[in-house]
Design a protein around this ligand. Structure first.
Ligand SMILES: CC(C)(COP(=O)(O)OP(=O)(O)OC[C@H]1O[C@@H](n2cnc3c(N)ncnc32)[C@H](O)[C@@H]1OP(=O)(O)O)[C@@H](O)C(=O)NCCC(=O)NCCS
Length: 186
């Protein structure tokens, strides 16, 4: 499976071995990973290699994988600036989870919203899912603002742990129903 999603400024594409260096640079940043649940700190090249190998294995899992993991490239130079995922797919229930990160230097240019929107469009319009569940750690207002703009609502709170700094925190659970999505079919 070699799915590519094009937006006006970005390409979402499968991870490859050539991404190890930029992936390591992007995620070896505690200011960023403190907002993610499962990213260790420091983040090493072997962490990046393992992650890419896992993504490649899961993308070979057939017609109905449990996850799609995309590297996010900035056009036209094809610079890797982040990652976005659609995971925990429950095909029967029509639901999925997911996450996103954009490397520090590239934040606040609208790329996160553009990549997340493309992931949502893929989930609803190409895969036919009807509900996406996300979340954000307490205090991560950038993520909440981005999600809110796309139609997500806060639907609960759970206790969660950040792997990067080890803190226990509150995760606000957010949900986007297909009918609440502010986008439209292409
Ligand atoms: C959350 C994250 C993906 C957002 O990506 P981004 O490219 O910085 O966000 P965008 O520029 O697309 O912003 C989308 C909206 O979010 C809000 N926002 C994002 N960053 C903001 C900032 N620094 N200040 C104020 N508002 C901000 C704005 O409402 C913005 O809308 P606008 O484009 O109309 O101004 C990025 O900040 C990131 O990777 N953070 C660290 C990891 C993380 O938190 N991942 C999500 C875990 S739930």
């Amino acid at each position: 499976m070699n799915i590519k999603i094009e937006t006006s400024r970005l390409t979402l594409r499968p991870w490859g071995e050539e991404d190890v260096e930029q992936l390591t640079l992007g995620l070896n940043d505690l200011e960023l990973s403190k907002w993610l649940a499962f990213v260790p700190h420091p983040y090493s090249t072997s962490d990046a290699k393992n992650w890419i190998a896992r993504c490649q294995a899961s993308s070979n899992a057939g017609e109905r994988p449990v996850a799609y993991e995309f590297a996010v490239d900035l056009k036209p130079a094809r610079t890797l600036i982040g990652g976005v995922s659609l995971n925990k797919i429950d095909w029967k229930a029509g639901t999925a989870g997911g996450g996103i990160w954009i490397a520090g230097h590239y934040q606040s240019h609208g790329y996160g919203g553009e990549a997340f929107e493309a992931k949502i469009r893929f989930a609803f319009c190409k895969l036919g899912l009807t509900k996406l569940v996300n979340g954000y750690f307490d205090g991560n207002e950038n993520s909440w603002m981005m999600q809110q703009k796309l139609g997500y609502r806060r639907t609960g709170e759970v206790s969660s742990r950040c792997m990067a700094d080890g803190r226990q925190t509150v995760e606000h659970v957010t949900t986007l129903l297909r009918i609440d999505w502010k986008g439209s079919d292409p």
